[in-house]
Design a protein around this ligand. Structure first.
Ligand code: ZN
Ligand code: ZN
Length: 134
């Protein structure tokens, strides 16, 4: 599968030669701020299947205390991907150009969702982390 993504201003573009895995939405207060949204919309990617195509010089990173970080465009502010220990870990679903042929399969940390958010029914919800083999 060939997927591409780009930021809002279009300077930064990437390609994925493979499938996205484990699409999820996290509703914790940290993700709300990091994604400037009601929740994250994020899926994992195999780092060997991901590459920046253009505009990598516009990327900037914010790395948190546990080594997990986000990379975003310093021109337009789009959050493009998550990084863990300097490797791409996953992508934000909002910056994809094509249908990734997966849907958000679980909503996590719904116990701390914003009061104004209504979560769609019919998708598994977890108060915090999902159990190991969910
Ligand atoms: Zn941009
Ligand atoms: Zn979160």
């Amino acid at each position: 599968m060939n997927l591409s993504g780009e930021c809002f201003c279009g300077e930064i573009k990437y390609e994925i030669n493979g499938k996205l895995l484990d699409a999820r939405s996290c509703h914790c207060s940290r993700c709300r701020k990091a994604f400037s949204s009601q929740a994250s919309a994020y899926a994992l990617v195999d780092p060997s299947e991901f590459q920046w195509v253009s505009g990598a010089e516009f990327l900037t990173s914010y790395v948190g205390e546990h080594g997990f970080g986000l990379q975003f465009c310093k021109k337009c502010g789009s959050t493009l991907c998550g990084v863990y220990q300097d490797e791409v870990h996953g992508v934000t679903l909002g910056c994809l150009n094509e249908d990734p042929e997966i849907e958000i399969g679980r909503h996590i940390f719904v116990g701390s969702k914003a009061s104004w958010e209504v979560i769609p029914e019919g998708v598994p919800q977890y108060e915090e982390h999902p159990p190991e083999n969910a």
